[in-house]
Design a protein around this ligand. Structure first.
Ligand code: AMP
Length: 448
């Protein structure tokens, strides 16, 4: 295995690596370094947790000479504000001896402050596409000095509907530049995107999409319903010495709030929740507390967790079985990072058996089955969604005979019934983050 010394990187970068305790490059870092240094376009297929941020930043920092240029020379585009914050922090750590000026910009916060911030000059800008475009259009930021552009999590960006904004930005960049992109999965959309903007890119790939990281132990429990799952989870989480840092995935905000309330009653300040209805400040605080290990358990939806730097996760709990097996892969990829051991636990009801099977087919392995411990109470309480549908026997059969209100409802229902195409489901899942910021937080501040 190569070492960082084999890369011939500057002393400043070597010192930063040893400060961080990084002994050797991860596979994606080992493969990407020479490709990016050579200046060709690169497509990296790697999941979060593989060390991909350093994979592109190390060669970029090695190549970035000191300059007084106001305009940035490197642009990193990421899908969410959380990822902007995380990547900026990482770059600051990697480049701490190299006096790199790095700025992060994202929507949902005061644009004027960001305008002032970028006006002071930078070497690297990390941005979400929408806010970056606004800054460029308002002439607060110029992209004419950009030599390298990194687009991270392209699959998520395209799912979020950022293609148009990405295209606009790429068209504003100088023609002579290096394009680097990372994606966890290779989708048709990603393929088309590469074809449109990249010139003969070299593809670098670690772990074929669908291959679980070898450092993750996977277990599954068959459980009859939501409330029994909650009982099992409470039982498992009492084991504080094993369940040190636990990420619990739920399918939606409603389940997140419901489960949080149950766990909160039992574990109090040990547990926090994040989902897109929570304010940005609340989310940032929850993540910081979790990272600082002030809270042991974090309940989250898939969208919120993507791209976050959640180190040393001991367990990923899948409270539901994701319908798309790729989502399961993303979830469990939050543990077993950078070659540390991790555990994933999947809780599935009889209705979710098919989805579990699809995951096992994708991975080509069976998840180890566990017996529901005798101490766990089997609940008969059902959530609204789990209750059997009540058929209204008195409904008129012939709709033409029904009153006008019935017609109205029928139309309305039609509108809502959008079917279940993959794209729509994905779009709904990765809904654009709210751009309103944390009003309560500001109100409180002002009130002080
Ligand atoms: P990423 O995939 O970029 O989110 O990185 C996953 C985690 O691995 C981050 O916490 C990095 O700081 C860490 N990491 C990156 N490179 C290495 C390395 N060579 N050795 C150990 N840890 C690393």
């Amino acid at each position: 295995m190569e070492t960082f010394t084999d890369f011939n990187i500057s002393n400043q970068l070597q010192y930063a690596m040893s400060d961080l305790g990084f002994e050797k490059p991860t596979p994606i870092q080992a493969q990407s370094f020479s490709v990016i240094m050579s200046g060709t376009d690169m497509v990296g297929i790697a999941q979060t947790g593989t060390g991909k941020t350093l994979a592109y930043m190390l060669p970029i920092l090695q190549d970035l000479k000191f300059s007084k240029e106001i305009n940035p020379r490197v642009l990193v585009l990421v899908p969410t504000r959380e990822l902007v914050i995380q990547v900026v922090e990482e770059i600051e750590k990697f480049g701490k001896y190299a006096s790199i000026r790095v700025k992060g910009v994202f929507g949902g916060t005061n644009i004027n402050r960001q305008k002032e911030d970028v006006a002071q000059g930078s070497d690297i800008i990390v941005a979400t596409p929408g806010r970056l475009y606004d800054l460029v259009v308002s002439r607060a930021l110029q992209l004419k000095a950009i030599k390298k552009v990194v687009i991270d999590e392209v699959d998520v960006m395209l799912d979020l509907g950022f293609r148009f904004q990405l295209t606009n930005i790429l068209e504003l960049l100088p023609n002579k530049r290096q394009n680097i992109m990372f994606s966890a999965t290779m989708t048709d959309d990603v393929n088309v995107f590469i074809h449109d903007f990249f010139i003969a890119p070299t593809t670098v790939s670690v772990a074929v999409s669908g291959t679980p990281l070898e450092t993750i132990k996977q277990f599954a429990y068959s459980v009859p319903n939501f409330y029994t799952k909650a009982n099992l989870l409470k039982y498992l989480l009492q084991n504080e010495s094993d369940f040190k840092k636990v990420l619990v995935f739920v399918p939606n905000k409603k389940s997140a709030d419901l489960l949080f309330d149950i766990l909160d009653e039992f574990f109090g300040s040990e547990v926090a929740v994040i989902h897109s209805n929570k304010t940005q400040n609340y989310r940032i605080r929850s993540i910081e507390n979790f990272n600082a290990e002030k809270t042991r358990i974090l309940v989250t939806t898939d969208v919120m967790s993507r791209g976050l730097d959640l180190e040393r996760i001991s367990h990923v709990i899948n409270f539901d079985v994701p319908y798309f097996p790729e989502n399961y892969m993303h979830r469990i990829g939050r543990t077993g990072r950078a070659e540390q051991e991790g555990t994933s636990i999947l809780l599935y009801t009889p209705n979710e058996e098919n989805a579990k099977q699809a995951i096992e087919d994708l991975m080509g392995i069976k998840i180890t089955e566990m017996q529901l411990p005798g101490e766990v109470e089997v609940s008969t309480q059902l959530t609204f969604e789990e209750q059997p549908q009540i058929i209204e026997i008195n409904n008129p059969q012939n709709l033409e005979e029904a009153g006008p209100a019935f017609h109205e409802k029928k139309e309305k229902n039609k509108k809502e019934n959008l079917g279940g195409s993959y794209n729509r489901t994905i779009k709904q899942k990765y809904k654009k983050p709210k751009t309103r910021g944390d009003k309560n937080f500001r109100k409180n501040k002002r009130g002080k």
